[in-house]
Design a protein around this ligand. Structure first.
Ligand code: NAD
Length: 282
């Protein structure tokens, strides 16, 4: 396993591509949007330079790492010769299924197809292909190069070999892995969406300010980040899609907080748009 295509160059796709490139994978980053690819390239090159300045990356390797990544809107060319594809497009089941169907047609027979879904069923996504045994979920965390975990979720027909390969890819990316049985939201998103939603409801009810809710959870419960600043980092649109899926599949306790719905309608998407529960434009 040393060549990878990442489909979707948003928050997660660019982070996965960066992490793979610094760990010696040849990576092709694919997106339907030229603008997304341009932003991804800027993010990746800036992150590389900052990491070299801070001593995390040997500056003499910068050129080679940059050469490890190609950027294209042409999916057919992107996947014609890769060992693994990691899909990181919007959290929408129809979109993911369509992409997996297309990938199944375009990829070589041996290629593993992994989805970075936060909540959805790898069984359902894999069933749309003729290779469900080679389909799996690999759930990365944001920011990918700093977060240590990948949750790996096996679909009903995923083979043991695919599971082993996913674990090895995780190891090569410098990550710890956990194996989780398929259930909506797995371990982390199910827990995180609930905590985040409750924090948003508290903010709406006037229990405390955003700053004090986050401070209470960090200093009182020892979380490294508050739930509202974390939601801003994830992207409030992405978080809303996750909570809506969990509401549909797991029921009432996941009803999206009205304040989250309102912020997304207003275009307040968190850090990526400059404003969410906090203002990043100051
Ligand atoms: P995002 O909105 O930042 O990016 C999505 C990207 O997908 C965009 O660049 C878009 O142009 C691209 N895209 C849409 N349709 C496409 C297509 N047909 N072909 C190729 N590219 C296409 O989303 P994100 O936050 O990076 O989330 C991506 C996935 O990762 C989702 O499944 C999400 O649940 C999951 N995830 C997100 C986070 C997070 O913190 N944001 C963490 C873990 C997992």
């Amino acid at each position: 396993m040393n060549s990878m295509c990442v489909v979707g160059a948003g928050t997660m796709g660019r982070g996965i591509a960066y992490t793979a490139a610094i760990n010696d994978f040849k990576v092709i980053l694919n997106d339907v949007s030229e603008a997304s690819l341009t932003n991804a390239r800027e993010y990746i090159e800036l992150t590389l330079e900052k990491s070299a300045e801070k001593g995390f990356i040997d500056p003499s390797k910068l050129y080679k790492i940059k050469e490890n990544i190609a950027y294209t809107t042409d999916m057919e060319a992107a996947v014609s010769n890769v060992d693994i594809v990691i899909e990181a497009v919007f959290e929408n089941i129809e979109l993911k299924i369509n992409i997996f169907k297309k990938l199944d047609e375009l990829c070589p027979e041996h290629t593993i197809l992994a989805t970075n879904t936060s909540t959805m069923s790898p069984t359902e996504i894999g069933a749309s292909t003729n290779r469900p045994e080679k389909c799996i979920a690999m759930h990365f965390f944001n920011p990918v190069h700093k977060m240590k975990l990948i949750e790996i979720i096996r679909g009903l027909d995923t083979s043991d070999e695919t599971m082993q390969i996913a674990k090895q890819v995780g190891e090569k990316l410098g990550k710890e892995t956990v194996e989780v049985n398929e259930f909506p939201g797995f371990v982390t998103s199910r827990m995180n969406c609930l905590i985040g939603n409750e924090a948003m409801n508290m903010l709406m009810e006037g229990v405390a300010s955003a700053e004090d809710i986050d401070k209470a959870i960090k200093l009182g419960l020892n979380h490294p980040m508050g739930p509202l600043e974390l939601a801003d980092l994830v992207g409030l649109d992405s978080r809303l899609r996750n909570v809506e899926y969990l509401h549909r599949t797991l029921g009432e306790k996941f009803r999206p907080s009205p304040i989250l719905v309102k912020y997304v309608k207003a275009g307040r998407l968190g850090k990526k748009s400059g404003k969410g529960f906090y203002n990043y434009n100051k």
